[in-house]
Ligand binder design. Structure first.
Ligand code: B1M
Length: 210
């Protein structure tokens, strides 16, 4: 009989092969995809997120844990769809125009996915038009923007303005983050939320889901 704690622990170690093996075994043993997701994969990612927040683990450990999460999710995703398990919310995310930094963005996305969000990644150097199109196409609960340069962070305000101009601003929550961003700056541009790191971004995103 499989113990989902061992799946959570393998994920925390970043042991992708073991996670895959345990997800397959759990499915063979007829555990529900929802239980495997919540008590195995998400639980492991939650623990990594909490440790990351306390500086008990660092970026490389989070990245390898996220890779193991993806390996498990690749097997589980079709079963979740069959079982009709819904994502807890939809997030469209990208790094703003002029900015090519994506390590932090990817980390935030992986942690959001780990928490059960459906994340649509727009990549880097994302223009206001592209954000607006993606909001129209995907109708997310949250639009998330990342910026690492003082020269590009100002573009976040442009994106919010563009969403306002087409009447979409009030249809979603806007979250911003990245090394030069502060709460004051987020307030100044009219964003709904700011988080200093990936784990707090997940906490904030959860608050925005009714
Ligand atoms: Co760049 N770079 N870089 N760089 N780079 C910085 C940011 C810089 C601080 C270095 C320095 O001078 N000390 C500086 C910015 C200065 C400033 O504007 N104040 C800088 C510069 C100047 C540049 C170039 C202009 C250099 C040049 O070409 N002259 C150039 C710009 C290119 C461009 O974007 N147009 C450039 C290029 C690059 C590389 C391509 C070489 C590479 C990026 C590779 C990549 O991302 N694929 C790079 C890197 C790696 C860095 C540093 C060293 C590391 C950034 C990083 O990945 N950190 C960085 C210096 C540093 O930070 N020590 C630097 C790790 C990552 C996990 O943290 O991204 O902060 P971070 O994400 C965190 C949080 O911020 C938060 O969560 C993450 C995890 O906790 N977070 C969010 C991020 N997004 C969030 C969104 C949220 C919530 C939280 O909600 C939506």
């Amino acid at each position: 009989m499989i113990d989902l704690n061992s799946m959570s622990e393998a994920l925390q170690r970043g042991d992708a092969e073991k996670v895959e093996e345990l997800v397959r075994k759990a499915l063979e043993e007829n555990l529900t995809p929802k239980k495997i997701l919540e008590d195995g994969l998400i639980k492991g990612m939650d623990i990594i997120g909490a440790k990351f927040k306390k500086n008990e683990v660092y970026v490389p450990e989070v990245l390898i844990a996220a890779r193991a999460m993806h390996a498990g999710m690749d097997i589980l995703r079709p079963k979740l769809t069959e079982a009709g398990v819904k994502d807890i919310g939809k997030v469209v995310m990208g790094t703003v125009k002029g900015d090519l930094h994506d390590i932090g963005k990817n980390l935030v996305e992986m942690m959001l996915e780990g928490a059960g969000f459906n994340v649509i990644d727009l990549g880097v150097d994302v223009s206001a038009d592209k954000y607006v199109e993606a909001v129209k196409d995907h109708q997310p609960d949250i639009l998330a923007m990342s910026a690492l340069l003082t020269t590009t962070m100002i573009y976040m305000g442009e994106v919010i303005k563009a969403l306002n101009d087409v009447g979409l601003r009030n249809k979603l929550k806007i979250m911003v983050g990245g090394a030069p961003i502060t709460q004051d700056y987020a307030d100044q541009i009219g964003a709904d939320g700011y988080s200093p790191d990936a784990a707090s971004a997940v906490d904030k995103a959860k608050v925005f889901i009714p």
